[in-house]
Write a protein of this length. Structure first.
Length: 145
């Protein structure tokens, strides 16, 4: 009996069995997992890592609840964030100039992290919103200089 049900899928269907289904971003735990994965890459990144480690000396224990609140508001409309991300990024820019290349790399890592861990409407929205936020931040930072 072993091997009796050995089905051969047409090549155009092989992708259906090659990887497990990824969840959409639907909970705060998903957002926290996303940022845990993202910051592992970002801290080690040769383009933007130094901003987190040397410029801001980002304390993830303090930062994770804040960034999770922000993105939970953005994606799940939780109304838990009460900060000013624009002001924070303008202060970072005063310490070390933020460039379009920095934002592009952040977005690239963000999208890679999402695509590796999530799939769905909210995951797509997270990528779209990040692009919109980055565009606004770059413009406002440039105007504030």
């Amino acid at each position: 009996m072993k091997g009796m049900f050995n089905l051969h899928l047409p090549s155009y269907l092989c992708h259906l069995t090659s990887s497990p289904m990824l969840p959409d971003i639907t909970t705060r735990a998903h957002i926290e997992n996303l940022f845990t994965q993202f910051y592992q890459q970002a801290f080690a990144d040769p383009v933007i890592g130094y901003i987190f480690t040397d410029v801001t000396h980002l304390d993830l224990i303090k930062h994770m609840p804040v960034i999770a609140n922000f993105w939970e508001d953005m994606l799940l409309t939780s109304h838990n964030y009460f900060g000013n991300p624009m002001k924070v990024h303008q202060q970072i820019d005063q310490l070390s100039r933020l460039t379009p290349e920095h934002f592009a790399r952040w977005l690239q890592l963000w999208e890679q992290t999402i695509d590796a861990n999530f799939k769905g409407e909210t995951a797509d929205m997270a990528k779209q919103r990040a692009h919109g936020i980055a565009k606004i931040m770059m413009a406002k930072i440039e105007m504030a200089r």
